[in-house]
Design a protein around this ligand. Structure first.
Ligand SMILES: Cc1cc2nc3c(=O)[nH]c(=O)nc-3n(C[C@H](O)[C@H](O)[C@H](O)COP(=O)(O)OP(=O)(O)OC[C@H]3O[C@@H](n4cnc5c(N)ncnc54)[C@H](O)[C@@H]3O)c2cc1C
Length: 157
């Protein structure tokens, strides 16, 4: 059977989920966020927790975009790989980005725990592999700046 080019519904929820009814009538709020993906939802949640009057508008259903269709990996990867990132923004800024990505993982893990999000999350770690001997050097260099932050890194044959 041929795969469709575009899934109208995310494969993650193709089995069916309870959908909320469309918005009826007008809503007023101090802050209106357009788009119910990770960005909009986490912003709305933070604002609501800070006591801000916030409404979120989604044109289809929350998770309709990339957030509901992605691979589901929670990893601190940022950019193509670390050496490439260093080439573009320099070592110091690249290290800042790497720390930021690390914090994003911890933030998300804490949020999953705090809200009891039933997403079958498993903190398995992250494996980046090489397919050719010449990938070994960039792989080894890719982990170096994170070591002081406490991330474990092991390069194996
Ligand atoms: C194939 C793929 C795999 C990926 N895998 C991973 C992964 O494993 N791990 C990872 O961390 N990241 C992954 N990503 C990246 C990640 O999914 C995105 O960075 C993230 O989902 C972006 O979230 P967002 O909220 O900014 O955008 P989106 O999730 O796209 O949300 C935007 C929302 O806005 C809504 N919208 C748009 N226009 C309007 C409008 N005019 N009115 C109302 N609503 C509107 C859309 O319907 C949508 O729901 C992947 C991305 C792709 C495409």
């Amino acid at each position: 059977m041929a795969m469709p080019e575009f899934f109208e519904t995310s494969p993650w929820i193709a089995d069916g989920v309870e959908r909320q009814p469309p918005l009826a009538g007008a809503v007023r709020a101090d802050v209106v966020i357009v788009g119910g993906g990770f960005t909009g939802l986490s912003t709305a949640l933070s604002l609501r927790e800070a006591g801000v009057d916030v409404a979120l508008i989604e044109r289809d259903h929350c998770g309709y975009g990339a957030s509901g269709r992605n691979a589901g990996h929670l990893t601190p990867t940022i950019g193509k790989d670390f050496p490439t990132l260093v080439k573009y923004v320099g070592k110091d800024r690249a290290a800042e980005y790497a720390r930021f990505a690390d914090r994003a993982v911890h933030y998300t893990e804490a949020m999953i725990t705090r809200l009891g999000v039933d997403c079958e999350y498993r903190p398995t770690g992250n494996i980046i592999t090489g397919l050719h001997p010449r990938h070994r050097k960039p792989l080894a260099e890719g982990g170096r700046p994170r070591r002081p932050a406490g991330r474990q890194r092991r390069v194996s044959r």
